[in-house]
Design a protein around this ligand. Structure first.
Ligand code: SF4
Ligand code: SF4
Length: 123
C-alpha cells in the first residue's frame, strides 16, 4: 500500500486517461487472486478492458475511488492488472514517466519532479 503522502493518492489522473487492456487470464475468471472479471468488459478475442476505460469519451476506470486531483485511490489495488502495475509515477524510482506526465497535464496537474520525491523521503 502507498504511504498516505504518496502523490498518486492526490492524483488518480492516469486511471481516467488511458485504456487499460489486459489478457483475460489476469482476471479472477482464471486466477482467483486476479483482477475482478466483473470490473472488465470484452475487448477482443484474448483481451478485456477495465470498464470505463474503453469506448467512451469521458474515461474513468470503474475501480477508481475518490476525486481526481484531490484524493483518489484504486479500489482493487492489490488486484490491479499489469498495465497499472507497470505505469510508474514520474521520478518515483529516478526515471521519467511520459504517461504519468501526460495524464496529469490532461487534468491540469503539474508533472511530478525529482525534488518532490526527495522532499517526501526526507520529510
Ligand atoms: S498520473 Fe502519475 S501521479 Fe497520478 S496517479 Fe498516475 S502515476 Fe500517480
Ligand atoms: S484498476 Fe485501479 S490502478 Fe488500474 S486504472 Fe483502475 S483504478 Fe487505476
Amino acid at each position: 500500500m502507498q504511504s498516505p503522502s504518496h502523490p498518486c493518492l492526490s492524483c488518480g489522473a492516469c486511471c481516467a486517461h488511458f485504456r487499460v487492456a489486459l489478457h483475460w487470464s489476469e482476471t479472477d475468471a482464471f486466477d482467483p487472486e486476479g483482477t475482478p472479471a466483473e470490473l472488465t468488459e470484452p475487448l477482443d478475442a484474448h483481451r478485456v478492458a477495465m470498464r470505463g476505460t474503453y469506448g467512451g469519451r469521458a474515461l474513468r476506470c470503474i475501480a477508481l475511488q475518490g476525486d481526481i486531483g484531490v484524493s483518489a485511490h484504486c479500489g482493487v489495488y492489490a488486484q490491479r492488472p499489469s498495465p497499472c502495475r507497470e505505469l510508474q509515477a514520474a521520478w518515483e524510482y529516478g526515471e521519467p514517466s511520459p504517461q504519468c506526465d501526460k495524464a496529469r497535464i490532461a487534468y491540469g496537474l503539474a508533472p511530478l519532479t525529482p525534488q518532490q520525491w526527495s522532499q517526501q523521503k526526507s520529510g
